[in-house]
Design a protein around this ligand. Sequence first.
Ligand code: PHE
Length: 342
Amino acid sequence: LRDKYIAAIAAASDEATLEDLRLQAVGKKGEVSLQMRELGKMTAEERQVAGPKLNALKDEINSALAAKKAGLEDAALDERLRSEWLDVTLPSRLRGQGSIHPISQVTEEVTAIFADMGFAVAEGPRIDTDWYNFDALNIPGHHPARAEMDTFYMHRAEGDERPPHVLRTHTSPVQIRSMEKQGAPIRVICPGGVYRADYDQTHTPMFHQVEGLALDKDISMANLKWVLEEFVKAFFEVDDVELRFRASHFPFTEPSAEVDIRCSWEGGTLKVGEGDDWLEILGSGMVHPKVLQAGGIDPNEWQGFAFGMGIDRIAMLKYGIPDLRAFFDSDLRWLRHYGFAS
Ligand code: PHE
């Protein structure tokens, strides 16, 4: 009996076989258990010989079973370790890495250049009241500039008496907000998204501007010219620029000027600072006294310049991008072509 079970246990190759053997040998109806039950029918002498033998046999079988079970478990673990290994040194699959949107990159460039000249960044909401977007900027209700700007109006529900809101058509409302917030003197730029109902190769309904505002006791257009020259040189990475102020009209500046830079278009690529062409880059002027008043600033004490420039437009020019709409298509091939993504 002993040899039979010890050999079978050693040969067992899985835990189910082992369990069968256990039941056959030392289970309630196992062979060893049945023999132990026979002890009751024996004489005392016989029992003294057979009892310890049977107990020893039972112990031996139980420990053989336990040892084999542990061996099988070890083997199973080894097998799992062999089959489930992971090569952590394997290079991972390349995942596309996001990059900062080109307009955001250019906005950061522009912001850094003006920061070097002491301009802080101010921001305002993209949805604004028409008071901030128009009235406070000396554009009253009947003014043709309202129609010209192709404004998106937010419609109020019937019975909602709050003043109408618009998607801001320019960053100029942030001039007023900055005046209200910090008073004079001021030196800020205000970059951000603006909206006009317009769509073609050089216009998208959402685009970006950067506003500039400098107020102090004696700021003049000469200061404006210097600031813009420094900006153009830094942004287009040229040593020299020539600026041209063209008389213009904006309700919120007096006098007003549009600013052109001297350039050439050699073989379709823009060269700034040389040539016989002029490129319009922004609108500007001296802040209108009514605008200062609307912002709570005394026009008898303070004066200064403001300008507004299209970020998407100067990005197009700098990087030679023919169609503005591509900025908002999220086409990876396009982004890579212009070096905006890797
Ligand atoms: N807000 C004007 C525009 O969007 C630009 C501008 C800003 C002009 C500040 C003068 C002064 O066209």
